[in-house]
Design a protein around this ligand. Structure first.
Ligand code: PBG
Length: 330
């Protein structure tokens, strides 16, 4: 007779079939969003050194990639553009002929309603100073002038075919300004995925290489993105502000160092919660695996599952294609 016959948790761990049966957390490729980069004026896809396996796409290679992702059952893509000319206000972000607008048109023509097509809505890839907003005379970001530019971008992206626009600049009032602009032009069905709790993280480093973005004067984004010393109290303030302004979905970013925030947001709201497994989180797995220090597939699955377990309904991740391929084979 065992000492504690009623407590034998190992029983349900004894076979892979049993573990699968009782697993609390499942992750389906439909819940994943693949971030993709499209660059103006290149003839061949360009590798990104710090993001192994991710490229800056040409318009043609982007189309092919999105079709393949749709065939693999990935839920959505989110597009980031790299224009060939940048200026102080990020004009290419709202030019109807701009690279992302062209790519949105291409992709919607190819995949239609088979998958969700999202556009990141910000200016940092399009400004010559690298900030997520318009600068005032003293070199800091002018919140309200930036909102006017975001409104124009939202309309351009919706007109080009984005199902969802995702404002990532962390300006106060950005969701309301975008909702009002979209509704004013009749785009009442275009949804908003708000980057609500976005931290001024060091983990965006490889992304900045991916979009050729350098912040002028060695600056940072601490004047608009959240301080990582602040947890769910400030995050929920941001989330509720975005919901009051009409956000359809909210996001926490990055993911793994902020699982506490994901869990708190999931518990506090009734809309879908997304988490962004960002460039640096991906690169750390790739680099350690390339050294033979960790097993890529095990750690990648463990990390994505943990983000889902914390409460994310949707995960933006550069691992989307890999995960969907694995899932199809399993
Ligand atoms: C801003 C934006 C950034 C990321 C997504 N949208 C960069 C930043 O805030 O500095 C980072 C994504 C990643 O690191 O994978 N447009």
């Amino acid at each position: 007779m065992a000492l504690f016959p009623e407590q034998r948790p190992r029983r349900l761990r004894s076979s892979s079939a049993l573990r699968d049966l009782v697993a609390e957390t499942r992750l389906h490729p439909r819940q994943l969003v693949a971030p993709l980069f499209v660059r103006e004026g290149i003839d061949e896809p360009q590798p990104i050194t710090s993001l192994p396996g991710v490229v800056q796409h040409t318009r043609a290679s982007l189309r092919a990639e999105v079709r393949e992702l749709a065939d693999l059952g990935v839920g959505a893509v989110i597009l980031f553009g790299i224009p060939s000319t940048k200026d102080s206000i990020g004009t290419q972000a709202f030019d109807p002929e701009g690279i992302v607008q062209a790519a949105l048109n291409d992709v919607r023509a190819d995949v239609g309603e088979r998958m969700v097509v999202m556009a990141d809505l910000c200016v940092d890839e399009y400004t010559d100073h690298g900030h997520c907003g318009i600068l005032d005379g003293r070199g800091s970001v002018d919140n309200d002038r930036t909102l006017a530019v975001y409104a124009k971008i939202a309309i351009a992206q919706a007109r080009a075919g984005a199902h969802v626009v995702a404002p990532s600049g962390m300006m106060d009032g950005q969701v309301g300004a975008i909702r009002q602009a979209l509704d004013g032009e009749g785009f009442t069905d275009t949804a908003i995925l708000a980057y609500s709790a976005k931290y001024a993280s060091g983990l965006y480093g490889p992304f900045r290489e991916a979009v050729d973005c350098t912040i002028v004067g060695g600056g940072d984004r601490k004047g608009y993105q959240q301080d990582w010393r602040n947890g769910s109290r400030e995050a929920l303030l941001e989330v509720h502000a975005d919901l009051d302004q009409g956000a359809d979905m909210v996001m926490v970013k990055p993911a793994l160092a902020y699982l506490d925030v994901i869990a708190a947001v999931r518990a506090a709201v009734d809309v879908p919660v997304a988490a962004y497994h960002v460039s640096g989180e991906y690169s750390m797995i790739k680099a350690a695996a390339a050294n033979g220090w960790i097993d890529h597939d095990v750690v990648a699955t463990e990390h994505l599952t943990a983000i889902r377990r914390a409460g994310a309904d949707i995960i933006l991740t550069y691992l989307a294609r890999w995960y969907a391929e694995q899932y199809a084979q399993a």
